[in-house]
Write a protein that binds this ligand. Structure first.
Ligand SMILES: [Zn+2]
Ligand SMILES: [Zn+2]
Length: 197
């Protein structure tokens, strides 16, 4: 993964372009739910100016996800936009707001700061030590953030029959319509009420 550990001296006045492929494992994406079909293609542009080193780029590949309704694996095209700012570790230790360098004295109560905006900025700020950047943790985090909370094989997925477990996308099972409280509904009630049953 040398490509994802660029030397800072290699970032010239015109910036530095990187491109490589990596497996999920090489990026530290090896949880059971983090599966990929083939390699992930990464491209990045590094720009170094007065302040932070800015990294923009993309990651493309194919994720394998499990549908939450029918529990079937499906492939999900992945296109992740990468963006990060890298600051040297040393300059940050004593200053809680490294992004505001050069504007000392302007941080007063009178200056309103949008909390959301500030939080978003902090998410994108990474620290580096020494003379290389390590882009792997940033790429890993942005792939994780791009994953859907509730993966669905398709929007109209019919899911599994709650009685016999048949995948209803494949065929109907002929179970009689449900009567009385279904186990599914009971479960929901428990979740929302906090269990007084
Ligand atoms: Zn499904
Ligand atoms: Zn059924």
């Amino acid at each position: 993964m040398d490509t994802l550990n660029p030397a800072i001296v290699d970032i010239g006045p015109e910036g530095l372009s990187l491109s490589c492929t990596a497996t999920g494992t090489q990026l530290g994406l090896d949880e059971p739910e983090e599966r990929f079909q083939g390699p992930l293609a990464i491209q990045a542009e590094l720009v170094r100016q007065e302040g932070p080193i800015t990294v923009t780029g993309t990651l493309e590949g194919t994720a394998i996800r499990q549908c939450v309704r029918c529990l079937t694996d499906y492939s999900d095209p992945l296109f992740v936009t990468l963006y990060a700012e890298y600051l040297p570790q040393a300059g940050v230790a004593t200053k809680p707001a490294p992004v505001e360098q050069g504007r000392k004295g302007s941080r007063r109560a009178a200056e309103p700061v949008e909390p959301d905006e500030e939080a978003a900025e902090e998410d994108e700020v990474y620290l580096y030590q020494g003379d290389h950047l390590d882009l792997v943790p940033m790429v890993r985090e942005q792939v994780i953030l791009a994953a859907p909370m509730r993966p669905l094989c398709r929007e109209e997925c019919l899911g599994l029959c709650p009685q016999c477990g048949q995948n209803l996308n494949e065929r109907r099972c002929g179970c009689p319509p449900e009567q009385g409280p279904s186990p599914f509904r009971v479960l929901r009630g428990r979740q929302s009420k906090g269990g007084n049953a």
